[in-house]
Design a protein around this ligand. Structure first.
Ligand code: PHE
Length: 431
């Protein structure tokens, strides 16, 4: 239990639920299947798992240890241990969190909107879900309403604080999410052609692997584990001194990769059962799955489809709260703001920063065809993702490793870890 005045998680399990909640999100259920689908399925999965355990897990341990040692937000943590110039790395992490949340909230709003449309049932009148997705994301008013609702939910939980808000919400939402996922997998596996989906997902074709695949697996691993921008420094600052960081981080990593794995196992059989393409891209869950839900008897479709989008909303919500908590902790620690002021100002600011991303899926042509690189036209949201997640998160992880090894030093890391894991003392001192 963490008793310092900044508040903290009530137990090790509370931390694991919240950190796994942060990790498990749109990255696992929306993004992982479509990125895996575009990059050859099983071969990508294998590289992804390697990146998660060989690179992600050690970096997660490092982030949590830095957070617990300093009891601070990323800026304060780097500043305490490394001085003013290293503090800039922490600050950049916070900015990445702000930018990630700005677009993440928009996609979460889509999920919420789809949930409502499915429950209402009108969506099943549609015949072309690809066109529907395009029209839907281009509709400013709908997007505006749902993303405001999503930001309000996020802000409310973060305002409630670490134990009552973040931990309480995660402890309910995470098990529910697992339950819905398992039900959908079982259902998907009973459909015709499910086997082709499973094979695509689980039999690797190594000819599809190239440097770009490896880099996208790495970026995906960082994003999915919430690494490289200080979310886990922040959550680490709320855990008890006697908690075992290594076993907690391992549990979080296993949960996260398990959910990504299961999300693929849920989606590909559904997609193949409809004869649809696994490489549909960002619309995969919004387009391909809708056809699947429509093909079911109406009530079953409503139930399965509704459950799926509810699952997506829950997963997203436990991640958006961790993203908002980072700048909020910064303002509370460094600027001595009250929690309510920090939450309100940040939520509004991030929402406004997200507007161009919201408008970049068809509403405003300039933002929708914002620029062109790597052989395709990019939306404003693509550019924000490429800068603040694809490039910055692995970079943030790299800088954290350099920081720990050469500035903070390995013996301090090992001492911090050993508070909750006595026999660890003295390990990992080689640098
Ligand atoms: N890990 C979250 C996901 O997979 C996204 C996230 C990234 C959350 C960085 C916090 C920090 O969806």
């Amino acid at each position: 239990m963490n008793n310092n005045s900044r508040g903290g998680f009530s137990s090790k399990l509370g931390f694991i639920a919240a950190a796994a909640g942060s990790a498990v999100g749109l990255g696992n259920i929306w993004q992982f299947p479509y990125v895996a689908g575009q990059n050859g399925g099983a071969a990508f999965l294998l590289i992804y798992i390697l990146c998660i355990f060989l690179i992600g897990l050690p970096i997660m341990v490092g982030e949590i240890a830095v957070g617990r040692n300093t009891l601070a937000n990323p800026y304060g943590a780097y500043k305490k241990l490394g001085g003013k110039s290293w503090a800039l790395v922490g600050l950049f992490g916070i900015i990445c969190g702000v930018m990630i949340l700005s677009f993440y909230n928009v996609v979460s709003g889509w999920a919420l909107g789809y949930f409502i449309q499915i429950v209402k049932g009108d969506i099943f009148q549609e015949t072309d879900f690809s066109a529907y997705f395009k029209n839907y994301t281009a509709d400013f008013l709908d997007n505006l309403i749902y993303s405001i609702i999503f930001m309000l939910l996020t802000a409310f939980i973060v305002y409630k604080g670490i134990q009552k808000g973040i931990e309480g919400a995660s402890k309910v939402l995470m098990p529910t999410l697992f339950f819905i996922l398992i039900v959908l997998i079982i259902y998907g596996l009973t459909l015709p052609n499910a086997k082709e989906g499973v094979e695509f997902y689980l039999l690797p074709d190594f000819s599809l692997i190239n440097p770009a695949t490896i880099y996208s697996a790495l970026g995906q691993a960082f994003f999915s584990l919430s690494l490289g921008m200080g979310a886990l420094i922040t959550y680490g600052s709320y855990i008890g001194k006697n908690d075992n960081i290594i076993s907690s981080a391992t549990m979080v990593t296993i949960t996260d990769s398990l959910v990504a794995f299961l999300a693929g196992l849920m989606i590909f059989p559904l997609v193949f059962s409809q004869g649809q393409s696994p490489s549909e891209g960002p619309g995969l869950v919004f387009v391909a799955l809708l056809g699947v839900f429509k093909s079911m008897p109406v009530l079953v479709g409503k139930f399965v489809g509704g459950s799926f989008f509810l699952l997506l909303c829950f997963a997203a919500l436990t991640s958006t709260i961790s993203l908002l908590e980072v700048p909020v902790a910064y303002l509370i620690d460094e600027k001595k703001w009250s929690r309510i002021k920090a939450v309100s100002v940040m939520a509004i600011l991030i929402f406004l920063i997200g507007l161009p991303s919201m408008l970049s899926y068809g509403a405003v042509d300039f933002l929708s065809n914002f620029t062109f690189y790597e052989g395709s036209s990019k939306t404003f949201m693509d550019v924000v993702q490429d800068i603040f997640f694809v490039i910055s998160l692995p970079l943030g992880g790299f800088l954290l490793s350099i920081f720990i090894a050469y500035k903070w030093k390995m013996n301090n890391l090992s001492a911090e870890i050993s508070y909750g894991f006595k026999s660890y003392q003295g390990k990992g001192k080689r640098i």
